[in-house]
Design a protein around this ligand. Structure first.
Ligand SMILES: Nc1ncnc2c1ncn2[C@@H]1O[C@H](COP(=O)(O)OP(=O)(O)OP(=O)(O)O)[C@@H](O)[C@H]1O
Length: 323
């Protein structure tokens, strides 16, 4: 059951305003058992893409194919797509167990069989001790896990997650990431996870699609995205720190990651030094360098920034494309 999105277009015409191309020709292919993370700034079209795959949004052009079947015109209910939203929508008057099993019961599952399956998935997600509670008695992270359990019990053809960790605190987020991966392994179906958090994207995705203004700028493994960003936007957006982008001769922009910059004695003045855990962020003119505490110069010291030619990324200054 693979997922294919081809040439997806969707334009919104807000009253009185200019038309907005929320999807401007998006192509994506997600294999069985693959977790694709879609990352991009607010308004780049991520939610529109997910909603189009789920059938909650019509396309102006292009198609959606699930498991070889063109579902572009098929209503949402008949696509067998499960979606977990930012705010887990649970039935407040039902217990956690009933919330997880409700879909199976509605599809005619026997009470006992459904309950056994509910216990199984709840155990996988570490929420088996919460089955008797009401959703109002859960934390945000626990509610998310209930929503994931509802997906896991159903074995859909495609699973979509829209910022499911947005309301989860930093510590739980690390655990929740691992849980989503575990759910994903169990399901073995294509999964698309949307986030605006690039750290989360690089940590979780088998592949990551970087969106910008309704387009996919690059879709690659996290390692390849980091090592060979296809455009300056990708170089700027991904990584622990934005890449330094320096205008050079002949219409070229040279990119170098702050982690790759070394500081030697020279003529340029250190403008500022910031503590970043065990390391320091040193600003010299337009350049940022991340160096060890022991190698950190004083503010006002005279330095020269150096890096290996092999650590340079080169982009066209006009198009922003990698050269
Ligand atoms: N119903 C609508 N009517 C008009 N414009 C819309 C509508 N829905 C979305 N848009 C516009 O389409 C673009 C893409 O929106 P979308 O919600 O897909 O972005 P996003 O990447 O999911 O953003 P966020 O991270 O903030 O959720 C935005 O410019 C948005 O303003």
């Amino acid at each position: 059951m693979s997922l294919l999105v081809e040439g997806a277009r969707r334009t919104y015409r807000a009253r009185g305003g200019p038309a907005v191309a929320a999807l401007d020709g998006v192509d994506l292919a997600v294999d069985d058992g693959e977790l694709l993370v879609v990352v991009g700034p607010s308004g780049s079209g991520k939610s529109t893409l997910l909603r189009a795959i789920a059938g909650l949004e019509r396309l102006d052009g292009g198609r959606v194919v699930i498991g070889g079947r063109d579902v572009t015109g098929v209503p949402s209910a008949r696509r067998d797509v499960a979606m977990v939203f930012q705010e887990a929508a649970l039935f407040p008057h039902l217990s956690v167990a009933a919330n997880i099993g409700i879909g199976e019961r509605a599809r005619g599952g026997r009470r006992r069989a459904v309950l056994a399956r509910v216990r199984e998935v709840a155990t996988t997600l570490g929420i088996d001790h919460l089955l008797h509670r009401a959703p109002g008695e859960l934390s945000g992270g626990e509610r998310q896990r209930v929503a994931l359990a509802r997906v896991l019990i159903r074995s859909p053809a495609v699973c979509l997650l829209d910022e499911p960790l947005a309301s989860v605190d930093a510590e739980l987020r690390l655990r929740a990431r691992a849980e989503i991966r575990a759910v994903h392994r169990e399901l073995g179906v294509p999964m698309v996870h949307v986030t605006h958090d690039h750290t989360e994207a690089l940590a979780m995705g088998d592949r990551v699609a970087v969106m910008h203004r309704g387009r996919v700028l690059q879709c690659d493994t996290p390692a390849d995205l980091f090592a060979r960003p296809a455009t300056v936007e990708v170089a700027r957006a991904l990584g622990p720190l934005p890449m330094n982008l320096l205008p050079a001769a002949d219409g070229v922009v040279v990119g170098v990651r702050p982690e790759r910059v070394r500081l030697r004695a020279g003529d340029d003045v250190v403008a500022s030094v910031e503590v970043a855990g065990e390391e320091r962020l040193v600003r010299v003119g337009a350049l940022l360098a991340r160096v060890t505490a022991a190698d950190t110069p004083e503010v006002g010291a005279r330095v020269r920034a150096e890096w290996c030619p092999a650590d340079e990324h080169r982009f066209d200054a006009v198009t922003g494309l990698r050269l």
